[in-house]
Design a protein around this ligand. Structure first.
Ligand code: ADP
Ligand code: MG
Length: 401
């Protein structure tokens, strides 16, 4: 278990806070502040307790050199607006520029250092670079679960030099994932959907061994249906993965995991907004049509099972939700899960880039027990991997506290 901010007195300490400020930007402006807002509790707590808060983050992929358009400066400004407090900025994350900026700080001040990926040592987890970062602080706090699947210097190397702690956002993420997959209240159901089986093989293999019910939707369900011998018409599917789909089904039987595939689907001739659609049984998909959403009978059948389920983990939209009306199944399921969560009947945890977008569009993103903003890191966790950044936190070097 990693230590948290409850186990350290930060007053007067220089706290190196690894955040994830890799936010969506367009023409120099932050277009979605969610990631910045989620950092506020940790930064506010540290600042109010009188720490010197030094924020480290990567942004985009500058590949080890300075790229002005990938500067963290505009994001530091966005942080100041969100915090309603001055936030200083230093043009480099190591060396004299960073050292001078840190030396000027008073207790409670906040400083953002320039993009860690402007140095090749970041992605290489170079020991000298990690040491140069570590030199700027007294303790290290990781609040970037979403960057913790990468063994980079500001995530892993730095923690070998300093007492390391989980920030409040990291703590919430680890707690939610533990509740959903570590020691869940049972029965636990996983909903896995999205476009391809191939991107989620490890995840499916891990889940069949851990959950009681596995619901498969989205285009990846087409691959499973085709592997079972159904004609899926022009649907998106992966013929190369039919054997794999059958193996996953066999593994589910061995592990006692109930695998649920769609029984009906919404089909259309063309994949376009408001295309004429019809609902058909999976045994009756016309050859000239494609399945673009899971059908209402399938959704109703799963919603009817909700009362017996205690925990739900959800990754992947059930249909091609970006195009109406193929968001219908995802929206209906999101609504039912939101209600059961609100009534205290289930713990619901979701994650994945498109899953978050789909739940936002449905209007239910704030109704899950926890919705992870960490795309790749969340998926790796669902694959059963322990993330290098999380491992680095549990190495106990701390004697402060
Ligand atoms: P996440 O990013 O949440 O892990 P994925 O990237 O695996 O999710 O899957 C999301 C994509 O799957 C969306 O772009 C959605 O349009 C697509 N998708 C889901 N169902 C279908 C379908 N039946 N046909 C085509 N695309 C689909
Ligand atoms: Mg995706």
């Amino acid at each position: 278990m990693s230590k948290t901010l409850d186990q350290v007195n930060v007053t007067g300490l220089r706290v190196l806070l690894r955040a994830d400020l890799n936010v969506p930007m367009h023409e120099g402006k932050v277009t979605d502040l969610t990631r910045v807002e989620r950092l506020v509790p940790t930064i506010r707590e540290l600042s109010e307790k009188g720490a010197k808060v030094i924020v480290l983050s990567h942004f985009d992929r500058p590949k080890g050199k300075r790229v002005e358009s990938m500067s963290l400066k505009p994001i530091a400004e966005a942080l100041a607006t969100v915090m309603n407090k001055p936030v200083a900025f230093a043009d480099d994350c190591v060396g004299p520029v960073a050292e001078e900026a840190v030396a000027k700080m008073q207790n409670g001040d906040i400083l953002v250092l320039e993009n860690t990926r402007f140095h090749a040592g970041e992605e290489e987890n170079n020991p000298e670079f990690a040491a140069a970062l570590a030199k700027l602080g007294d303790i290290y706090v990781n609040d970037a679960f979403s960057a913790s699947h990468r063994a980079h210097a500001s995530v892993v190397g730095i923690a070998t030099h300093l007492p390391a702690f989980a920030g409040r956002l990291m703590q919430a993420e680890l707690h939610a994932l533990e509740q959903a997959l570590g020691t869940p209240a049972r029965p636990v159901a996983a909903i896995v959907a999205g476009s391809k089986v191939s991107t989620k093989l490890d995840l499916l293999a891990n889940l069949v061994a851990k959950v009681d019910i596995l619901v498969i939707g989205g285009a990846m369900a087409n691959t499973f249906l085709a592997a079972e011998g159904y004609n899926v018409g022009k649907s998106l599917q992966e013929p190369d993965l039919h054997d794999t789909a059958r193996e996953i089904q066999k593994a589910a039987v061995v592990k006692g995991c109930e695998l649920i595939l769609p029984r009906d689907v919404v089909v259309a001739e063309k994949f376009e907004a408001n295309a004429p659609t019809k609902v058909v049984k999976v045994s009756e998909i016309p050859s000239n049509m494609m399945a673009l959403d899971v059908g209402p009978a399938t959704v109703a059948a799963f919603i009817n099972r909700l009362p017996e389920i205690k925990t739900i983990i959800w990754n992947g939209p059930l249909g091609a939700f970006e195009t109406k009306p193929f968001d219908a199944a995802t929206n209906a399921l999101a609504q039912a899960i939101a209600l059961a969560t609100k009534e205290g009947k289930i713990v619901s945890v979701g994650g994945g880039g498109d899953t978050v977008s789909a739940l936002k569009l449905a209007g239910y993103h704030e109704h899950m027990t926890y919705l992870s903003g960490a795309g790749g890191a969340f998926l790796e966790w669902m694959e059963g991997k322990v993330l290098p950044g999380v491992i680095a936190l549990s190495k106990d070097l701390s004697n402060i506290g």
